[in-house]
Ligand binder design. Structure first.
Ligand code: WTA
Length: 664
């Protein structure tokens, strides 16, 4: 933690309150605040009974569990441990013979607008056939499979097929570089990669298979025995004989029947890498039973899902949101969902609104960054303003990934939701598996910019550095006091890091989220004030400052030292600013620009384009204390363009501040 809780202050006062309409309350699953409070009280009174009841109601168990929670080896909590089930069975097979069987599971809209639909029955056949193909390629229960695919039906099929045979998938976002992919393959010890030849985004054909080849060629990926390639486009790619096969060839002749492999509730369903406060990404390991329970239950609670809903979560399957609210939650809940391949600005910035109208979307879930960029687009071009489309099908809006500023909230509420749709501002993390703090559409009065209250059974609180509760109105550290079913189980291959990162001793064994927060004095509503560790949130994507620093210093012919901080940005929430000391004299003018560009591209290659610093500043040194510690708070001030008013008397080299303040 770099900032003490006393430094986390609340400056924003928001007085607007939006009550849910009577009709919404009446029709809702959790109807009104009394119903919400009753659920919270139930969880308080009988914590294990509360979760056990939900797990029995929401999931189909092959073998029922006899114990809800095992706390004997904290913080390695186990949920429903002796129970057995299969996640894919719970998303697909379970609906057979019910009205969901012939319901549309996925409405897929490709980048170019072409639409493909699959029913639950068809999806089950596809998943089973691909699961058989995986088995035929030697993939088995307990193996890890890396998935590097675009947003497609096949991407979901790949994830579900792994789950079906008990293989643990690790999806790597298609925007990550060969190097990042190689590191993840190696860390997970994956036996197979499922990829596509290309992906289509914004009218462009972007390579995926070539990046897989490049990553594997970097070495250390000897565990990979097979690479399965979905042919998204007609363009041919290099295929390595004996290792690579197309998805179509792998599936040819395979049966569309593949009984689901039952696994223990704690069996790792997936590992998803995310940024932490060191250079190395963390493989967040999730369970099968607890994770799926929460993915399904939150579909019903947070989105108040009805049979007739058309649900659309715009997140990529490469992120946790695309796991819980594309690949698993909607299917487990039997929903019809939209899966979109492209980008919100192609062919123009009206694409989202056009798609909502076309598919009669009822629940729309996206990120504040997307909303802010579409506001900007609508402000400059009337033709892409949402008013040009009929959005009357919408009934609930959602926001995820970063704090939503009240201005963006109000625009979303007014121009997209027609002042009719509640906005669920859902706070959660890769580690939490599903929603933690969020309004309920038919209960919670909304306050713009606040994620309001924790879901029933989720014991969030705000504490100081010693784990003591702080008063409402005072800022502090966000923690969760009790375990919950969909929580991270460990960091893949690094249980010590898991313990240290999330359950520091001084916090009384509470789960440390890594965010600062404040509760409002009047309602006790939570507002997230941002990360308190060295993690940035750029366009809703988590980036570790250390990760970017490591990438920069890896350019060892050029870079001696680097420090990376965040700076507030109107569009992307935060922007990456890098301070770099070169192994050559301080560059100026065009030379500085050229080197900055070279470094930006380098970081793009090391991690991925999302990690490229927006601003790179050069100095002969970095501001350090006499003991050699980089004073990041000073760098943060410089990055924001503030004059330094803080005490700099402990600095070894105060003159360096002026140098760094000058942009190149
Ligand atoms: C931030 C994304 C404010 C927060 C699901 C968290 C939010 C990090 C919100 C997790 C929200 C997510 N309001 N901040 N509604 N949702 N965050 O792991 O800083 O990609 O710790 O999971 O995003 O990002 P992650």
């Amino acid at each position: 933690m770099s900032a003490p809780s006393s430094a986390i202050q609340s400056t924003l006062v928001e007085n607007r309150v939006f009550e849910p309409s009577d009709a919404t309350v009446k029709a809702a699953r959790i109807s009104g605040m009394d119903a919400y409070n009753a659920l919270c009280a139930e969880a308080e009174q009988d914590f294990e009974g509360f979760w056990g009841k939900r797990a029995r109601e929401v999931l189909t168990w092959h073998k029922p569990f006899t114990k809800v929670l095992d706390e004997s080896n904290k913080p390695f909590y186990k949920w429903f441990e002796d129970g057995e089930l299969n996640a894919s069975f719970n998303c697909l097979d379970r609906h057979m013979g019910t009205p969901v069987e012939n319901k549309t599971a996925i409405i897929f809209e490709a980048d170019d607008g072409a639409v493909t639909k699959v029913t639950y029955k068809e999806l089950l056949a596809k998943v089973s056939q691909f699961a058989n193909a995986l088995k035929a390629r030697g993939v088995k229960k307990g193996d890890r499979v890396v998935i590097y695919m675009p947003m497609t039906i096949e991407g979901v099929v790949a994830m579900q097929a792994c789950a079906r045979i008990g293989a643990t998938h690790s999806v790597v976002f298609g925007g990550f570089s060969a190097k990042a992919l190689q590191e993840r393959i190696q860390d997970a010890g994956a036996v197979a990669v499922i990829t596509a030849n290309y992906q289509m985004r914004g009218g462009k054909e972007l390579p995926l298979k070539a990046i897989v080849d490049e990553g594997i060629a970097m070495g250390g990926c000897e565990s990979i025995k097979t690479v399965i390639v979905f042919q998204r486009t007609q363009t041919a790619v290099n295929m390595v004989a004996g290792r690579d096969i197309t998805m179509a060839d792998a599936m040819a002749g395979q049966s569309t029947d593949c009984p689901a492999e039952m696994v223990g509730a704690e069996h790792p369903l997936f590992v998803l890498y995310t940024s932490g406060s060191t250079g190395k990404p963390k493989g967040v390991q999730h369970s099968t039973g607890g994770y799926l329970l929460w993915a399904n239950l939150t579909m019903n609670w947070t989105f108040d899902l009805k049979d007739s809903d058309v649900f659309w979560c715009t997140a990529d399957i490469g992120w946790i949101t695309g796991h819980s609210y594309v690949a698993y939650g909607p299917l487990a809940a039997g929903a019809t969902q939209i899966v979109f391949e492209g980008v919100p600005t192609y062919p123009n910035a009206g694409r989202f609104w056009q798609m909502i109208e076309k598919h009669k979307c009822t629940i729309f879930y996206t990120a504040p960054t997307a909303i802010r960029s579409l506001i900007k687009a609508a402000d400059t071009d009337e033709k892409v303003h949402p008013k040009n489309w009929d959005l009357s099908s919408l009934r609930i809006l959602g926001s995820v990934g970063e704090p939503i500023n009240p201005e963006a909230w109000m625009w979303y509420y007014k121009h997209v939701g027609g002042e009719r749709c509640p906005i669920v501002d859902t706070f959660w993390q890769t580690e939490t598996g599903g929603h933690m703090i969020t309004p309920l559409p038919g209960a919670t009065p909304l306050v713009p910019g606040s994620c309001t209250l924790p879901l029933p059974g989720i014991m969030t609180a705000i504490v100081d550095e010693t784990g003591n509760d702080v008063a409402n109105g005072a800022g502090g550290i966000l923690v969760v006091k009790k375990p919950w079913p969909s929580m991270i189980r460990t960091i893949w291959g690094d249980p010590e890091r898991f313990k240290k990162s999330y359950f520091p001793e001084e916090l009384k064994g509470y789960y440390l989220a890594g965010d600062g927060a404040v509760r409002s004095a009047d309602r006790g509503y939570f507002r997230i004030t941002g990360r308190i560790d060295d993690v940035l949130n750029v366009s809703g994507h988590r980036m570790g400052t250390m990760e970017i620093e490591s990438a920069l210093v890896a350019k060892s012919d050029l870079v001696a030292e680097a420090a990376v901080v965040g700076r507030p940005d109107d569009l992307t929430g935060e922007a990456i600013v890098a301070f770099v000391v070169l192994k050559r004299p301080l560059p100026t003018g065009d030379e500085a620009k050229a080197i900055a560009n070279e470094l930006r591209n380098w970081v793009g290659k090391e991690i991925g384009p999302i990690a490229k610093p927006k601003d790179i500043r050069f100095g002969e040194n970095l501001p350090k204390t006499r003991s050699g510690k980089i004073m990041r708070r000073l760098l943060r001030s410089i990055a924001k363009g503030e004059t330094i008013t803080q005490d700099t008397s402990t600095l070894e080299n105060p003159a360096i501040l002026d140098q760094l303040a000058k942009t190149n």
